[in-house]
Design a protein around this ligand. Structure first.
Ligand code: ZN
Length: 171
C-alpha cells in the first residue's frame, strides 16, 4: 500500500491498559495535532490492510476512529469506502436483529472470532471538518462501526463472544 500523507503508528497490543480505558471526548476538531493524527491513523490502517482503527489502538485515548471498508483477503466481499474519520460518535439506534460473523483486530493479531453484532445502526458523529452528521450503516460497515466504537469504551471484540469455541487461529 502506498504511503500517503500520514506516518505509520505503532499499534497497542491486547494486554496494554490503554485498550481498556474509556476514551475522552475530542474537544477541538480543528486542532492541527488532531488532523495529523487522523492522517496517521488512515496511513496506519491502510498499511496494515485493516478495515478500521480506533485512536486508543495507537495509545491516544480519545473518541476518534477510522472506518475504511475495502475488499481484502480476510473480507473479500467488503464494500469499498473512502477512509472516513468518525469523531465523538453516538449510536442512536441499534436493530434488534443481530448476526454473527468473523472479526479480527489489529491489536489482537492471529486471532479471528465469530462476533454477534446488530445488523443496522443509526449513528451521529462529527466529521474531520467539524460537521455533525447522522448516517445509517448496515451489515459489514455497521459491524466495523460497532467494533471501533467498542474500542472507545475499552471493549475488545473477544468480550462480545457468546462462546469461547467461536475463536480460531488465523493460520
Ligand atoms: Zn479492533
Amino acid at each position: 500500500m502506498k504511503k500517503q500523507n500520514g506516518v505509520f503508528l505503532q499499534i497497542a497490543q491486547l494486554g496494554h491498559p490503554v485498550l481498556r480505558e474509556k476514551a475522552q471526548e475530542v474537544k477541538n476538531v480543528d486542532d492541527p495535532r488532531l488532523q495529523s493524527l487522523i492522517d496517521d491513523l488512515i496511513a496506519t490502517v491502510m498499511d496494515a490492510d485493516g478495515v478500521g482503527i480506533a485512536a486508543p489502538q495507537v495509545y491516544q485515548p480519545i473518541r476518534l476512529f477510522i472506518i475504511a471498508s475495502h475488499p481484502n483477503p480476510r473480507y473479500p466481499n467488503a464494500p469499498t469506502m473512502k477512509p472516513t474519520a468518525v469523531i465523538n460518535p453516538t449510536i442512536i439506534y441499534r436493530s434488534k436483529d443481530k448476526k454473527k460473523d468473523w472479526e479480527g483486530c489489529l491489536s489482537v493479531p492471529g486471532i479471528r472470532a465469530l462476533v454477534p453484532r446488530h445488523k443496522v445502526v443509526k449513528v451521529r458523529y462529527s466529521t474531520r471538518t467539524g460537521k455533525s452528521i447522522e448516517r445509517e450503516f448496515t451489515d459489514f460497515v455497521a459491524r466495523i462501526f460497532q467494533h471501533e466504537y467498542d474500542h472507545l469504551e475499552g471493549v475488545i471484540f473477544l468480550d462480545r463472544l457468546t462462546s469461547s469455541k467461536d475463536i480460531i487461529s488465523e493460520k
